[in-house]
Design a protein around this ligand. Structure first.
Ligand code: GTP
Ligand code: MG
Ligand code: ZN
Length: 294
């Protein structure tokens, strides 16, 4: 008998396939239809049931992927919860903007989550929330300690295949634990992580959410591969730039040194955030150096 499900975990040659909340332990059969494809977490798969009793099967077919991410190596994710803590560790805005660019380039919806708002004693959160909201992104402000913003986060994640992204220690596993009672993913001490730069989370696993959808807890990305992004395309991956490019004198304006640049004007009068624009220049430079080198 053939059933369809989603691969939630792959360990040691076994794939764990969720079929309507029943988990089958499966091997990939040597000869399935798309021979050259290695099954990934997130793949929608057809499995042949070997034993209903032992919940064992074979993966016999992988359905077409809407997206394939490389780091973490997973399929069919459609939303990235880009997480930064307001402090401890402080937000890394270049990394945040790179993660947004990366999400946009894969047509994944970036959601920005600022966690640990309980540690924010200066109302800094309003300033940073505003920057990203006015750029056109959905921003969720949370505190695991105060149980703040968790309901809103659930609402945003509902019915999507979500992945958390962001540096070590910002609270990705802590937040994921709040989404699913009884989950108890391992949470690490920031002090131990900083310095060694080690992530507590080591495997990628898709977790089914009771309220609908899935979430992937990943080892996280700190190094980022932007190599698939074309230099000329970068400006299109800054959402707030797209709304005003018609203000530039030249249609192919890169918003760097060109005269009559509408974006630069918007930065000067603070309609576009200076910090976001500087991130653009920073990433642009990084990408152009890469181009020169190869
Ligand atoms: N004050 C405060 N601490 C938090 C909050 N959320 C998480 N923490 C703490 O931050 C530390 C790191 O949390 P984790 O959930 O392990 O962070 P992570 O992003 O999963 O880290 P990696 O798995 O290493 O990538 C732990 O000590 C948590 O208890 C919060 O909202 N407020
Ligand atoms: Mg973690
Ligand atoms: Zn311009």
């Amino acid at each position: 008998m053939i059933k369809e499900g989603i691969i939630i975990k792959g360990i040691g040659g076994f794939y764990y396939v969720d079929v309507d909340k029943t988990i089958y332990e499966c091997r990939a059969r040597g000869l399935f239809r798309n021979v050259n494809i290695t099954p990934l977490v997130g793949d929608f798969a057809k499995i042949e049931i070997i034993s209903e009793e032992k919940l064992e099967g074979h993966v016999v077919e992988i359905m077409d992927r809407s997206v394939e991410l490389m780091r973490p190596h997973v399929a069919n994710v459609d939303q990235v919860i880009i997480t930064m803590s307001v402090m401890n560790p402080n937000p890394n805005f270049i990394l945040l903007d790179k993660l947004i660019v990366l999400s946009e380039s894969h047509h994944l919806e970036p959601i920005i989550c600022f966690n640990k708002v309980d540690l924010d004693l200066t109302d800094y959160i309003h300033e940073i929330k505003n920057i990203y909201k006015s750029a056109g992104y959905k921003v969720v402000v949370t505190s695991v300690d105060l149980m703040q913003g968790i309901a809103e986060l659930k609402e945003v994640m509902k019915d999507h295949i979500n992945v958390f992204a962001g540096p070590s220690g910002v609270g990705k596993s802590s937040l994921t634990n709040q989404l699913k009672p009884g989950l108890e993913l391992k949470v690490g001490e920031v002090s131990e992580k900083i310095g060694r730069g080690k992530h507590t989370t080591r495997h990628s696993e898709l977790i089914e959410l009771d309220f609908g959808g899935f979430v992937l807890d990943t080892p996280g990305f700190t190094s980022l591969d932007l190599s698939t992004i074309e230099l000329d395309e970068l400006k299109n991956l800054f959402r707030e730039f797209n709304q005003v490019t018609q203000l530039c004198k030249f249609a192919d304006c890169k918003h760097i040194n060109e005269p009559g640049c509408g974006i630069k004007k918007q930065v000067e009068n603070s309609t576009i955030s200076k910090m976001r624009y500087e991130s653009y220049l920073y990433i642009y430079n990084e990408l152009s150096q890469r181009k020169e080198r190869y």
